[in-house]
Ligand binder design. Sequence first.
Ligand code: HDE
Length: 679
Amino acid sequence: MRGTGDELHQQAAGEHQTLTTNQGVPLSDNQNSLRATERGPTLLEDFILREKITHFDHERIPERIVHARGSAAHGYFELTRSLKKHTTARILTEVGERTPVFVRFSTVAGGAGSIDTPRDVRGFAVKFYTQQGNWDLVGNNIPVFFIQDAMKFPDVVHSVKMEPDRGFPQAASAHDTFWDFISLTPEAMHMIMWAMSDRAIPRSLRMIEGFGVHSFRLVDAKGRSTFVKFHWRPKLGLQSTLWDEAVKLAGADPDFHRRDLFEAIERGDYPEWELAVQLFDQEQADALPFDHLDPTKLIPEETIGLTVIGRMVLDRWPDNFFAETEQVAFCPSHVVPGIDFSNDPLLQGRLFSYLDTQLSRLGSPNFHQLPINAPKCPFANLQRDGHMQMGVPKGRVNYEPSSLDPTSPRATPSGFRSAAIAADDGVKGRVRPASFADHYSQARLFFRSQTPPEQAHLVSALVFELSKVQTPHVREAIVGHLRHVDPDLARRVADGLGLQRLPPAPPAAVEPVDLPLSPMLQLIGKRKDTLAGRCVGALVDEGSDEPLIAALREAVEAAGAQFKIVAPKLAGAKLSNGRSLPADGQLAGTPSLIFDAVAVVLSDAAAERLASEAAALDFVRDAFGHLKAFAVDAGGRALLRATGIEADAGVVAAQHADAFVKLAKNRQWDREPTLRTLA
Ligand code: HDE
């Protein structure tokens, strides 16, 4: 008898739809291709096989040239404070109104299949489906950029991506071509400070800030405009990883951030951000000690304060990764009436690039018809045809003006108008304004505004990155630039690299100046005193103290965090009082890397057993090395001792659940100098 292989399948229960070809033809067999004889060749005639394989062969579209790896979610934006005085954009004037959004977070350098935790900038792109059309705020988690002019974008991106002859490294800036480019591009120095800080190794996408970077304009009904910079502030506060942790996470869970976002939304712990604006007029702009049109500069919050105007909540994971996360097409040129651009030359270049890239990525000028890209308000125009036209326009009139169709679309006075800005006098040319020439002062401002641990991490990051650079003159050139940023920073990096002498500083177009420090640029100083949204891992085994574990769970969950059980067996363990506690993760596959703090509650016998279990030793060694708080009982203490760790103030008795929760909110920064050489 000829087996079809469909028998097993037929046994599966359920009210199935009929399987058909793309032409709607029902299939009788989805297991076997059409063959000339039982063991003979496959026939070209098999239109079912050919359709299926052809479609499969074309499943991939070009990945984004930058920001290829991303994770996205649906949600809404709600305005809490009206900007009516400044803009006609309805989304910014109607308090309480909710606007649907789709937000895609991304890394920049790696391919779509790369890891979530490299040292990299994170993209923070928001599509607002407003009633006046789609507005895309396509930002990053860092408020400045590497370059001042769009002309340099292909160069900076080529330099950071894998090197073209060898095809590595993937998703890493620690290689010669990147630092070679940077060493010859002093305008990048401010961004380098941010990229080498812990901002570039976030703990969770739910715990990053977002920035529109450029100055934009808000435009009122009279065409008058106000400059605006957009800031997203995470409700959970900022959290980052440590470098060693990020590196290990890359192996332990390459999808760490995607999974974290997915799981938070699945359990109803919806990520939330505040939207804040910095508003300023031309006079204030002129009084700044730098040019706000230069995207390598920021305006410190201490100089122009932030006004919170709304909140954004992400409450729905996409139904389909490809249809939504992959096909979403962001363009900074997507603005709505009441919002306009500034002359930032980087922004001006972006206004062209994104539309262009969507044409090649999505293959058709009709990409706006894809459900994820389509406006949710009515839209109509006389653009027609093109690849993959999904609409079926009716009637004779596909032009304007026309008199034949009284309903055909027409412009309206309330439609988009550019801000009424008088053009400067000047001469056409390929020029960089003199006001863009100070490349070091804000880099210095950033470095000097950091806390000592943050400065130390930044130094270590530079030492790590430059130690991967094989060309000595590139390493030295970077240290030369650092001398302008901060002589102490340069010395520390030179020392870390073992340079015999400090390389010369390159000539600076403008001597850097000392700007007033900005503590708001810190991560540590800005951390929220909360454990909400985070996760504590408890290592338990047979005979662990049940009431102790229950009390810890209660305290951790009351603080808004998750409490997960890790045990040598996935089935869990029988605890002191005979109750069974199932594990959330099996020890060898659930390293402490994925937790923000740990509890180790073990019977003496279990502690002794685990003292010769590498995964258990790594669990505590890593958690300790990553400056995490510990709650331990006698068994936990014994396991710590077995790793050679001496308990410090970040290790508390498990009975003191509240003290543990308090400690767990932060890393144990005081521990760090006892563990590693801080450059
Ligand atoms: Fe982008 N950028 N970019 N960029 N960018 C892209 O568009 C580009 C810049 C940013 O999740 C591309 O759809 C140029 C700054 C994000 O889909 C491309 C310049 C900022 C995303 C492109 C910049 C960004 C992109 C690649 C310099 C922060 C991901 C795929 C003139 C304000 C959006 C795509 C998503 C993606 C060009 C600089 C943010 C090629 C030419 C500055 C978040 O069009």
